[in-house]
Ligand binder design. Structure first.
Ligand SMILES: Cc1ncc(COP(=O)(O)O)c(C=O)c1O
Length: 391
């Protein structure tokens, strides 16, 4: 069973205890997305236009509207030379992660950070790339799990990683919240180049980076020959329900026979996806206007303040915490304890939902991920309860 489904079941079983959701509805007086991004939204206008003869539009370009592709390229990739025709607009990063699996098929091998966002491994399982699940090590066969722990500063020891066709890498990472440095990413790009691997780089949290860690893999020289970058409006503009993301595939990325990877991806997009909703695309464009972009930065800033409150809470209780600085996630270490046990303890005793680290891979055992995506009042209340529980 999928980890998030498991958590829902757990929530349901503990329903009598749950008041986090009641608190959510009753106490919140401010919503960062509504306050900061919504004023610049054009979603109503576009939806209304669609109901008029003049404004109605049917199928659009499968790769996304040119204006939006150009705006993504100039906003996020101006300094690295990714052009608008190298951007494919999507209905979110998760959907594109599965499209990559269709792109590469079932006969490829893959490596993944351990722990990592579950969609990489799960889509690989669905595609039939993996062997059986090995219960003793909590791993699927035929996947190279690249261990990322505090001991290696959450960057894998590449000398121990076998060659694979595909490498999934997410920075800042969900769940550990750590962002890879320029030096580390330079090593990763060289590793992919040496092995003839394709690097799928997930930058869904890049706008949370506040130090000099690269925000795009294409900041690393040579990355255009080995990498694809996938990203999303979900964590910047609250588009988790609106659904909008993109993938950047440089023209310089070629298979070993010289065929461009982007051409194959274009075929997948045209065959199994008819383009993102035109309403969502209009709103994405509004987010990339100067005011909209500032709104997204304010949303990011709001969640980062939440993160600081959560970090401080666990630190004051004597726990080692990681992440937080460049990401909206705090990775809290409970040495020697099962992460599901800690998750249940927190759920039952404080009625707050966290996420057990082992759900992100065996390397997450002993950790719990605390998310900063909440209203300030709820985060403060949750932290008060954590302090009560672990004082
Ligand atoms: C690393 C990472 N990539 C992608 C996604 C999904 O993004 P989207 O909402 O665009 O599908 C998430 C969502 O949690 C994520 O954590």
């Amino acid at each position: 069973m999928n980890m998030f489904l498991n958590i829902s079941v757990d929530r349901f079983l503990h329903m009598p205890y749950i008041d986090y959701y009641l608190t959510w509805q009753v106490v919140c007086i401010k919503h960062p997305v509504l306050d900061f991004v919504f004023p610049y939204s054009t979603i109503w206008q576009r939806a209304h236009e669609l109901s008029t003869l003049k404004g109605y539009s049917g199928y659009g370009a499968e790769q996304g509207e040119n204006q939006l592709r150009a705006s993504i390229a100039s906003t996020y990739y101006a300094n690295v030379g990714i052009e608008e025709d190298e951007i494919f607009v999507s209905d979110g990063a998760k959907s594109d992660i599965s499209r990559f699996q269709v792109l590469f098929g079932s006969n490829v091998t893959m490596a993944v950070q351990d722990p990592s966002y579950p969609a990489y491994v799960d889509s690989s399982v669905i595609m039939g790339q993996t062997g059986q699940f090995q219960k003793d090590v909590e791993k699927y066969g035929n996947i190279a799990y690249m261990r990322c722990t505090p001991e290696n500063e959450f960057f894998p020891d590449l000398s121990t990683v076998p060659r694979t066709d595909i490498i999934f890498f997410c920075s800042p990472n969900n769940p550990t919240g750590s962002a890879a440095s320029r030096e580390q990413l330079t090593k990763l790009v060289q590793f992919a180049k040496d092995n003839g691997s394709i690097l799928i780089y997930d930058s869904a949290y890049a706008m949370y980076i506040c130090d000099d860690s690269p925000k795009s893999i294409f900041e690393i020289p040579g990355a255009k020959e080995v990498a694809i970058e996938v990203s999303s409006f979900s964590k910047y503009a609250g588009f988790t329900g609106v659904r909008l993301g993109w993938t950047a595939i440089p023209k310089a990325l070629l298979y070993s026979d010289g065929f461009p990877v982007a051409k194959d991806f274009n075929r997948i997009v045209c065959t199994s996806f008819n383009g993102a909703s035109n309403i969502a695309q209009a709103d994405g464009l509004a987010c990339l206007s100067p005011d909209g972009f500032k709104g997204m930065m304010d949303v990011v800033g709001y969640y980062k303040e939440n993160t600081a409150i959560i970090m401080e809470t666990f630190k004051s209780l004597g726990y080692k915490v990681y992440g937080g600085k460049n990401a909206p996630y705090v990775w809290v270490h409970f040495p020697g304890r099962s992460s599901w046990e800690v998750f249940s303890e927190i759920l039952e005793k404080t009625h707050v939902v966290t996420t057990p680290g082992s759900g992100f891979g065996p390397g997450g055992e002993g950790f719990v991920r605390v998310s900063a995506f909440g209203h300030r009042e709820n985060v403060v209340e949750a932290c008060r309860r954590f302090k009560e529980l672990y004082k």
